[in-house]
Design a protein around this ligand. Sequence first.
Ligand code: NAP
Length: 433
Amino acid sequence: MNTPSIGIGLLGMGVVGSEVARSLLQQADRLEQQVGRPLALISVLVREVARPRDPAIPPSLMTTSLQDVLGNPGIQVVVEVMGGLRPAYEAIRSALSQGKHVVTANKEVMANHGPELVRLAEDREVNLLYEASVGGGIPIIGPLRKDLLANQVSSIHAIINGTTNYILTRMSHEGASFEATLRQAQELGYAEANPANDVDGTDAAYKLAILSSLAFHSQVTGVDVYREGIAKLTALDFRYAHELGYAIKLLAIARREDSALSLRVHPCLVPEDHLLAKVDGVFNAIEVEGDLVGKVVFHGQGAGPKPTASAVLGDILEAARGIAAGRKPPRGGNLHNGLRILPIEELVTQYYLRVTVTDRAGVLAKITTVLGDLNISIASVIQKASDAASQTAELVIMTHLAKEAHVQEAVRRMARLDVVREVSNVLRVEQRA
Ligand SMILES: NC(=O)c1ccc[n+]([C@@H]2O[C@H](COP(=O)([O-])OP(=O)(O)OC[C@H]3O[C@@H](n4cnc5c(N)ncnc54)[C@H](OP(=O)(O)O)[C@@H]3O)[C@@H](O)[C@H]2O)c1
């Protein structure tokens, strides 16, 4: 008698879905060996069947009806790789409600509805697996769910958006402007036609929310993460940062402070000799610090069809092995900690301030008075070349540890000084990464 197969339904067959479908069809023997039962790709949801697609994937598998996948009793594992919040969220919820296992690569859904969906999956005793939603092919959800579970995690420092890391790497190496580098990234396919979610930090904030829920056992959603994008950075910031011994990276940082969590995504000065400063181009890296393990770093390709399919297929195999063994998935959605989210104003860190001032005596005294009045002590001040035509000079100020609320107030007060033309940029410095 033939071993019964495990039915798979795919929602979406774009960059990631096509690679997953190809592997399910072409690597069927190898995958069967991993599970002990064959995996059968039964149905694939797309928007438009007629679109030209990989000839290896039979058109007879495709449908434009969600119900063909969700309503098919032969499908035990639903793989959501269509992206976006809607209708992906409803599709995942419906699949779980019907007792189907779900694998998803969707950070938007997991960042906004993860805790609720995890609870639903636990109620129905099915898997909800989402390794590909953060860091593409890099294993990070699995390690947080299992290998690092015994740790009290104190912090996460991550580069988890390949598009912005590519742009920052080019700006740093070539001294080019943000706008020119973004255009180049779009031409090369490293940035989307609408790059807003990447550039303004939203994508990284979603991913940090997913990691933080898992790492700190506390409910975190996308809106809990403070975010600033990279569009204000200029070639000058990279030059000055380099002179001071720093790289500039878009970091996603989660830190436990007693019974609260500090969660933020913003461009950051990172010491040049730190591991994260050396993560270049579209690569991602995630550093997790736990009380038992110390610091561990996960590094690799954070996107692309094959790395992402690696994570999706790993999840499919995990779900299928559980089905084959008749095993219930472990309960993993424990959000018992209920940590308070710290407002950004309470952050204490070091700052880099770039201030354009009129080039005359007494300017520095006025600026240091503003900072001193707010308890912000200066670690160093460098006056950069003056511009004779506009009679301005640029000051680069590095502070010692200071409170964000005080720095924001100092920036407002400085902007009102007659000697200050502009507070050109304010960046946080992460020495503790
Ligand atoms: N691309 C990556 O490197 C990467 C990395 C990590 C995670 N992810 C995540 O993986 C997911 C998929 O990304 P992708 O790059 O593969 O996306 P994609 O290339 O845009 O593909 C989306 C697929 O979903 C189908 N689809 C979208 N909306 C639909 C709807 N309303 N009804 C029916 N079908 C619909 C599309 O159908 P048509 O083909 O007919 O248009 C297409 O096949 C996203 O959540 C993304 O964030 C992607």
